[in-house]
Design a protein around this ligand. Structure first.
Ligand code: ZN
Ligand code: ZN
Length: 266
């Protein structure tokens, strides 16, 4: 969270290439220009943190140290949630414990949060899709907000916030109320519930709030309500396994920096 506030991420948010029509997330198609050293140091920092938390990051750390992993390629795969590419990168380094899969969302997060800060005002007012208008992720949770009870979807990756109809599955578009249900706690005062869809057997946690959850706290709310995930899984519902959209994000080194780097090398 602290890293996401750093101005270096804001500085590399690229210009938008399209307006988000037809359900295309704003991030799709952009090209991020950033010095490989900035990303390499960030990736190493995340690997050190993961190692301190007991994860076996040795295959990945060795790959980065020996320059077998291109930090920009890794970053591009993480930001675009390209799981086949992440898995291929991990396999090539002998990381067969899913470490890169687990770390990739965290590696991408500061960039995605900076994009949301820069682009929130550019999201089409009529955005009514289930996936995030900024980064294309599926929502982490739904928020029933304020006294009026409007329903908003919230992205855990970039923090964005978009309105959604009450009776519709965000994942498959199902709007037959006979196939939609809510698993609610026995306590009538609970502000948490689980919206489930029998059309696609997916679920979405739903939290009632007075004020919007802060964008950078959506992920924490997601983590803090894991008991709901357990309940949903026990009933046979699941989160989508694949990303909502196939995204293309380019990450390139600025030309002048390349020259500097090459000039510095022996
Ligand atoms: Zn997002
Ligand atoms: Zn559904």
């Amino acid at each position: 969270m602290r890293e996401a506030q750093r101005p270096r991420w804001t500085r590399i948010v690229p210009a938008l290439g399209h307006s988000g029509s037809g359900g295309r997330p704003l991030l799709d198609g952009v090209v991020i220009s950033v010095a490989p050293g900035v990303i390499g140091r960030w990736v190493l920092r995340m690997l050190r943190r993961a190692a301190a938390a007991g994860m076996d990051v040795r295959p990945l750390a060795a790959g980065v140290a020996a320059q077998r992993i291109d930090p920009l390629a890794l970053f591009a795969a993480a930001v675009s949630q390209d799981t086949p590419r992440l898995d291929a990168l991990a396999r090539a380094q002998g990381d067969d414990h899913g470490v890169l899969r687990a770390l990739a969302p965290l590696i991408a997060r500061p960039m995605l949060q900076a994009c949301r800060r820069a682009w929130a005002g550019r999201v089409p007012e009529t955005w009514a899709y289930g996936h995030c208008p900024i980064c294309g992720s599926w929502p982490a949770l739904a928020e029933i907000r304020g006294l009026g009870g409007s329903r908003h979807l919230r992205c855990g990756a970039c923090g964005s916030d978009w309105r959604t109809p009450w009776l519709r599955c965000s994942f498959c578009g199902q709007d037959d109320h006979e196939r939609l249900a809510s698993l609610a706690s026995a306590e009538s005062v609970s502000r948490e519930a689980i919206a489930v869809c029998d059309g696609c057997t997916r679920y979405l946690k739903t939290i009632t709030t007075l004020a919007p959850i802060r964008p950078e706290h959506v992920m924490l709310q997601d983590l803090g309500t894991q008991v709901l995930d357990v309940v949903a899984l026990e009933r046979g519902y699941r989160r989508p396994a694949a990303p909502a959209r196939r995204m293309a994000v380019g990450v390139v080194a600025p030309p002048s920096r390349w020259r500097d780097l090459l000039g510095l090398r022996p």
